[in-house]
Design a protein around this ligand. Structure first.
Ligand code: BGC
Length: 767
């Protein structure tokens, strides 16, 4: 079971009249539209409404007398028939309580699609799932680093490969639609879903997000090895003022346009076929009734041809939580007329009532037939582009690479390029195999700390489905240097109480005693997996018991390497200075421990860079692209911005020097482009990868300019003692900001380009 229903039954009164709704009902492909219209012409109102209704798998699976899902998961034909033939349901989502085997998926998908194949329904079902770091709900699938870790690779090729493999394995499970990627901006570190984001910068999020979408969809007509992407969660969900999940954000239009919208716009340009709506509210308007954003911006202005699905129970929550709808009916009409095409209702009997209410709303004219047809046309368009009309039941034997070594290697590569070295004093790393290592900390010996939530179960805490053959950090060390060289003592464990995570000590005497015997301490700190509401926390500080483990080791003058396995940057300031080394692992996935050990023993080099600004203090949350006033200190100089680590930061065993930053011209005119070249030298005897980050600062502007903004990046392989050059191009578009008129503008003046340690200034002239 996923969540509790917030549904309230009761008498339904239609209070709202229909608002005039603008929409695009045609696509760029008139032939396709004709074929779709031919299907729609045959449909009754009830069948059309059914297309817009999405139910969760539990609604149609067999249960025992106590209501628990049977194992293996099997479709209950009576429930399925009711959903398909009485209510004409068009979409199913999710998994029951936990991950399923390929065989279970095969049985489920076959049963669900057979009625269409037999000509008993007019359209196939579109099945959607959260395969957010690999096909995390199919046993044996390949689990990658969570999105925040992928972002830390700054490698768009890896992001695309992640997308391709995840798509392949999702299709192998019979599922053509993935509720991913999350394109929300990670600017509220308290938020429980920070790990699902691609970090704090709109450009990094846009580039990495688009690469994932390219990998998922593989082109316009999606073949049976690719899936439809779903851009989540449109838009502003991540900016909640309180930091708690599904709570309101205030985002002025300027920052909406500059920061939150670009990743979605780019995704639409890359053909993303579906979008899921923000469960929270922005500027007092719940995401699900924001006609301006959904219909005017996304559909009309950007030309999005796919469909918008609600988030979990969000039509209902407009009435029960947000209180913009005075009744369920009122709420449904608001959301549908705002432009949400499909409702993730998704429970029973609520879905039945949804269908009945919607049919009434259409019959009474509160939802026009045009609007209903528009939604259905969009949904059928996606079903067609996924090839479901031709092949509703996949060829399950066409996926020999599912869970293969090749896929595992790709996940390992991603983890290697993601894990970020934040401190390495006195070159304590790489370790030598001769050193005796104490592996300690709550996150040291369980795969759940490497994978996080959305792993085999929604919250990812149930260890019974951990991937066989994947190693914990302790096991990876033991394999590398032998059990005889490894000591182990957890020292503390994390548990959940009254919905919040806490840490308690475990056999501290054993921990202290083993500290005495170790040359090096690898202390693995972190968070219990969690997401959405269950992941709300009260403070960003890492629990004191975990920090105490580090302090006990410092007291014994041990060389301590902190390994962080966290869903968001937790404050660790009081244990940073005495640490010999600090490694940010994020949530690196099933092969994260292997990757970590390879990096720590120097078999591979670190190349991950932080995709967010790591805060130093709980009360001071800032971002790298802040305006100059944030830099201003009490004494009046410009040194106040002082995070623990800056956005884009990460060390390597190699040393890089930047040279010859050159601009093709000092004056950029009108719509010309500016060529920028830089050379990077690897001055060490070790091969390495360096992320070149090109920032631009607007020196003076009519609205406070951000100190600098990321405009381009590239990850280069630079051999030991080697040199590489890179050329970037920027243009007027990269200099624009949202002016006081609410539109993107560019102003003549001087700009500063910086790459690595180098800077150059140029002038922009509109003439
Ligand atoms: C989450 C979505 C997810 C959906 C379906 C919701 O609660 O917010 O991100 O895709 O559930 O599982």
């Amino acid at each position: 079971m996923k969540k509790l229903s917030y549904y309230l039954g009761g008498t339904l009164v239609l209070l709202f009249s229909c608002k005039s709704v603008q929409h695009i009902s045609t696509s760029q492909n008139p032939q396709e539209d004709k074929a779709i219209d031919a299907i729609i012409a045959q449909m009754t109102v009830e069948e059309k409404v059914g297309q817009t209704c999405q139910i969760t798998l539990d609604v149609i699976t067999k249960t025992d007398s106590k209501g628990a899902a049977l194992i293996p998961a099997t479709i209950d034909t009576v429930k399925l028939n009711e959903a398909l033939f009485k209510y004409h349901v068009g979409s199913v989502l999710n998994v029951g309580a936990h991950t399923l085997s390929l065989d279970e998926w095969k049985g489920i998908i076959q049963s669900i699609q057979q009625p269409f194949v037999d000509g008993k329904t007019k359209t196939p079902i579109i099945y959607g799932i959260d395969a957010i770091h690999g096909i995390n709900y199919t046993i044996g699938g390949t689990l990658f680093p969570q999105e925040i870790g992928l972002a830390a690779t700054w490698n768009t090729e890896l992001a695309k490969t992640f997308g391709e493999i995840t798509a392949y394995e999702t299709r192998a499970s019979g599922i053509p639609w993935n509720f991913s990627p999350v394109l929300d901006l990670g600017r509220q570190p308290l938020w429980s879903r920070t790990f699902e984001t691609l970090g704090e910068d709109p450009y990094l999020v846009s580039e990495m997000g688009a690469a994932i979408i390219d990998g998922y969809q593989g082109g316009n007509k999606i073949d049976d090895k690719h899936v439809a992407a779903c851009m989540k969660h449109f838009v502003g969900y991540s900016g909640a003022n309180s930091g708690r999940d599904r709570t309101p954000a205030w985002i002025p239009e300027k920052y909406m346009k500059e920061l939150y919208l670009p990743s979605f716009k780019k995704a639409v340009e890359h053909g993303a076929l579906t979008v899921m709506i923000n469960s929270g509210a922005v500027n007092g308007i719940p995401g699900h009734i924001n006609h301006h954003l959904i219909t005017e911006t996304l559909k009309n202005e950007w030309g999005f041809e796919g469909f918008a699905v609600s988030d979990w129970e969000d039509f209902i929550m407009l009435h029960t939580v947000h209180r913009t709808g005075t009744s369920l009916s009122d709420a449904y009409i608001q959301a549908f007329n705002a432009g949400v095409d499909m409702s993730m209702v998704p429970l029973s009997p609520q879905y039945k009532e949804y269908c009945e209410i919607m049919v009434q709303a259409v019959k009474s004219g509160k939802i026009t037939m045009d609007r209903l047809d528009d939604a259905v046309r969009r949904i059928i368009r996606v079903k067609r582009r996924l090839g479901l009309f031709e092949q509703a039941i996949p060829k399950f034997d066409a996926y020999p690479k599912f869970g293969s070594k090749e896929f595992k290697q790709a996940s390992l590569n991603a983890a290697i390029e993601s894990i970020t070295l934040l401190k390495n004093e006195g070159n304590v790393l790489p370790l030598s195999a001769k050193q005796k290592v104490l592996i300690a900390g709550p996150a040291s010996d369980n795969l759940i700390y490497l994978n996080g939530a959305w792993t085999h179960t929604w919250q990812g805490v149930d260890t019974s489905y951990n991937t066989k053959g994947s190693m914990t950090i302790r096991q990876a060390f033991e394999q590398k240097i032998g059990k005889e060289n490894c000591l182990f003592s957890k020292g503390a464990e994390i548990y959940s109480e009254a919905d919040f995570e806490k840490t308690r000590f475990v056999d501290l005497a054993d921990y202290k005693q083993k500290l005495g015997q170790a040359d090096v301490v690898v202390l693995c700190l972190g968070e219990l997996p969690s997401t959405e509401k269950p992941g709300d926390i009260l403070s960003l500080n890492l629990p004191p018991e975990q920090r105490e483990l580090a302090k006990l080791a410092y007291e014994q003058n041990k060389k301590v390497i902190l390994v962080l396995l966290e869903a968001r940057p937790r404050i660790i300031h009081d244990i940073v200075a005495p640490a010999a080394a600090i490694i940010q692992g994020y949530l690196p996935g099933d092969y994260g421990a292997e990757a970590l050990v390879k990096l720590m023993y120097g078999e591979n080099n670190f190349s991950g860079k932080l995709p967010y600004t790591y805060p130093k203090f709980d009360g001071v949350i800032e971002f790298y692209d802040h305006p100059r006033s944030i830099d201003r200190s009490k004494s009046g100089d410009f040194s106040a911005y002082n995070p623990e680590w800056d956005f884009g930061y990460g060390l390597s065993y190699a040393q890089f020097e930047y040279e010859n930053l050159s601009l093709q011209t000092d004056v950029l005119h009108g719509n010309d482009s500016l060529q920028i070249t830089v050379r990077v030298k690897n001055t060490s005897g070790i091969n390495g990868k360096e992320v070149l980050q090109l920032y631009i600062s607007d020196d003076f502007a009519s609205m406070i300019p951000s100190g600098k903004s990321l405009k381009r990046f590239a990850k280069l392989n630079i051999a030991a003692n080697g040199v590489e050059s890179k050329t970037f191009y920027i243009s007027k578009k990269d200099l624009m900001f949202v002016g006081s008129n609410g539109e993107f503008i560019v102003e003549d003046g001087t700009f500063t380009v910086s790459v690595g340690t180098l800077k150059k200034t140029f002038t922009y002239s509109s003439k």
